[in-house]
Every structure is written in C-alpha cells, then in structure tokens.
Design a binder for this molecule. Structure first.
Ligand SMILES: [Zn+2]
Length: 439
C-alpha cells in the first residue's frame, strides 16, 4: 500500500514536471520565425502617406522591412491582405477596461475583485478585436486590478491589447476619483482608497506605493467629474502642491502623469505641476491651451461619449446630476478640441471607454474629423501621436522596421471615409493574427 502510494506520488510529480516543461516550451517563441503581409494599401503614419501594394516582412513578432510587393517570398508564410487597407494597430489613450459599465453611485461596489478582473478580460478582448492593440488604461476603482490584467496579457494567459496602467486614482477625499454619494457610516473597502490623498506628503506616500507596485503612469483627478456624484467638473480638487509632489515622485521612477481635468483652473494647476497629459479638457480656456502648447502637454479629449451618455443615460434614468454635467461639458469640449487642433496643441486619441461599451472605441474618429482634424491627423492621433505620448514610439504606432507587428486590415479607405475604422476585418498583434477576416 505504502509502495503504491509512493509510486503514485512519483508519477504525479513526473506528470507535473512534464506539464510545466510543456507550458514553458509553449511560451518560448520558435527561433527566427518569418512571415509576410501583403497590403493592398498601407497607411504610413510616420510620413502621413498612403502606399500601394506593399510587402511587410515580419521576423519574431516585429516588422523587419516594408517594400513594394514584387512577388511571393519563399522563406515564410504570406498573409494576403491585398484587398484591404492596412494600418498600424490603433491606440486608445483613455480607457477603463476593468469592471462593468458604471452609471449609478454604488455600481463599483456591486462586484468583487475577481468579477471585475474577469469582466476586464472580456473588455480587453473586445478592445483588441476592435483593432486597438495598445491602450493606456487610466483608472480602476479597485487598486491594481489593471496591473494584474496587464501582466496576464503580457504573460499570454489571456488575449488583450498592450496596456499602460495607473493602478488607482489619485484624488482628494470625496473627489472625482473617490466613491461618493453613500451614507457617511458606510465602510468602503481599503482597495478603493489606495489613491485618496490628504496633502502633499500623503500624495508622496500614496504615489510611491503605486509606483512600487509597477504602474506605468500616475493618474491625478485634478477637478470634479461628470460621473462622480457631488463633484463639479469645473471645480479644482487636488492642490497644485499635492500634484507637484506626485509629479516629483513619478519622475524618480521615470513615470509620467495624466491629469483628469475638465475645468480651466484645475488644468492650469496640473500643467504647472508638470503633468504630461490633460484628460477631457472640457472647459479649458485659451490660456490653458496656450500653456499646453508651450510646454508640449498633450490633450486627450473624449469627444464621442457625451452623445452616448445623453442617449443611454436619459433612456436608462441615470442620475439627473450626471446628465446635467454631461450636457454642460459635451459641446464645450468639442469647441475646445477644435481650438486645440487649430492651435497645434498635441492631441492623442482617447475615448473614456467603460463609460460606453468596450469595442466601440473607433466611433470617436468621425467626431475628430467633424471637429477639425483631417482623416490622416485623426489616424495619427491614434497611432504615432499616442505612441509619442506613451514614449513607446520605438515599439508601436507605425508599420515600419523595428516596430511590433501590430496591424489591422479594413475594407475601403479610411482617408476617404474614416468610419471604415469602426469595422475592422483583421487584427494582428506581435506578428500573430488574433482576429482573421471572415471570408
Ligand atoms: Zn476616464
């Protein structure tokens, strides 16, 4: 009996070791894997040009060369996208993929962390299949759920876009990044409050904690928010001193800071404190835009979802306060956006997905064209510009030698009709087709 048990134990250990070996083998890419994509048209986002009939050589997940097609190569598989326009994988610089879509006060408390993460897996996949191969995810109510998802994607456990994540919202108590509107004796779990700061020194401590847990960016809530009850988008929240302390900590880790700011005053404080991007920017005045242009601060304005909130929020009886704040910021934001385009302020594509359903990220392109960008500028905002914002220009944002082979195929020509980007036929990430054309 004892012998049998021992033998069984040996077999179990052997089987486990074999499984681990197989698992490790599956994670190591084969040596020098070469493949090709033939692109009917190719959008060259680095030079703002459209090329015809190109051959893209991919070696080990990165683009090795791009040249005119002269015949099928013999040293690797040829993926025929000659009937499509090929673009670099799109990039959304303002998403919230963790958890379900939120409309009411207590919504973030209606699911636990595992549920939030698993919903996040679905949201990340929907985002990738919509052609967005890189996202900057700017906040989750439960701290670090986004870090776990980013790592799971990078380890190949689940499919999703490349992610830059922030870990938690850095916000004042009762501010736009806090859980608000509940009775004062309701205890909120600690992981919702990892980024709630009281003064510059507390900002340093909380920022350090996030940075030590491997976030890619910090996210400040510099003003009130449309979707957080009891806060006003036009009102400053974090002080300039608090934000300066956070920026200093971030710098020590080589990390940049994004500031949620609707109102002009809060935005100016964030800009003076040294943030890299202003999110929303709905009520910015000329002075704020000039400061951004002068200092090279990016604008990430979610000019599509106001229409979604108005339609669905009204239909589903979202809080009247939310609908009012949305009305007060939607058209002003579009005016600010138009002005920023004319002034030459740096603009990156960001949609606030999570407010509206994930996978509809490309719906904002038509708004960006309507409010002043050329189709090429709109595409660049979601490719080369977004890559520059992330400081990932060497890896993403273009289909040219050295970049990850992240690309999408669409029917038609997005330079003639930008809405074709809402229907992506195929998606490749790192040289692997994750979504293939239906036919
Ligand atoms: Zn947001």
């Amino acid at each position: 009996m004892r012998k049998t048990l021992a033998l069984t134990g040996v077999r179990i250990v052997a089987a486990a070791l074999a499984a681990i070996a197989l698992f490790i083998a599956s994670m190591v890419p084969a040596a020098a894997e070469t493949s090709y994509v033939r692109a009917g048209k190719l959008i060259d986002t680095e030079h703002g040009k459209e090329l015809s009939d190109q051959l893209i050589k991919i070696v080990d997940g990165r683009v090795a060369s791009v040249e005119p097609f002269k015949g099928a190569p013999s040293d690797g598989e040829l993926i025929d996208w000659s009937g499509y326009t090929v673009l670099p994988g799109l990039m959304d610089m303002h998403t919230h993929v963790i958890g379900a879509i939120q409309s009411g006060i207590a919504d973030p408390l209606m699911s636990d962390q595992a549920q939030d993460a698993l919903i996040g897996v679905k949201n990340a996949r929907d985002t990738l299949f919509a052609g967005f191969t890189t996202i900057r995810d700017v906040g989750t109510w439960r701290a670090f759920t986004d870090v776990a998802l980013r790592d799971a994607i990078n380890n190949g456990y689940v499919v999703g876009p490349r992610m830059a994540v922030v870990g938690a919202y850095l916000t004042i108590p009762g501010g736009g990044g806090d859980i608000t509107g509940l009775a004062d004796d309701v205890k909120i779990p600690d992981e919702f409050r990892r980024g709630v700061v009281r003064g510059p020194e507390d900002m340093r401590q909380k920022a350090r904690f996030l940075l030590q847990h491997h976030v890619d960016w910090l996210k400040f809530i510099a003003t009130g928010a449309v979707l957080t009850v009891g806060t006003e988008p036009g009102m400053p929240e974090l002080t300039e001193d608090e934000m300066r302390a956070g920026v200093e900590e971030a710098k020590m880790y080589g990390v940049s800071v994004a500031a949620h700011a609707h109102g002009a005053e809060g935005a100016k404080m964030a800009i003076r404190a040294g943030v890299r991007s202003i999110e929303h920017g709905s009520l910015l005045d000329d002075e704020a835009l000039q400061m951004m242009k002068k200092r090279g601060v990016w604008l990430v304005a979610d000019i599509y979802n106001g229409d979604y909130i108005d339609e669905v929020g009204t239909r589903d009886h979202w809080p009247e306060e939310t609908l009012r704040k949305n009305r007060e910021t939607t058209e002003t934001q579009r005016e600010v956006f138009s002005k920023a385009v004319k002034m030459g302020v740096k603009i990156a594509y960001g949609t606030d997905s999570g407010v509206y359903p994930h996978g509809d990220n490309a719906k904002q392109f038509r708004y960006m064209v309507k409010y002043g960008m050329t189709p090429m500028q709109a595409i660049q905002s979601a490719t080369t510009s977004a890559a520059a914002l992330l400081k990932w220009s060497k890896d993403v944002g273009a289909v040219s030698a050295g970049h990850y082979a992240d690309m999408i195929a669409v029917r038609g020509d997005p330079l003639k009709d930008i809405t074709v980007l809402e229907h992506v036929s195929a998606v490749m990430k790192g040289g692997v087709i994750v979504k293939a054309p239906a036919e």
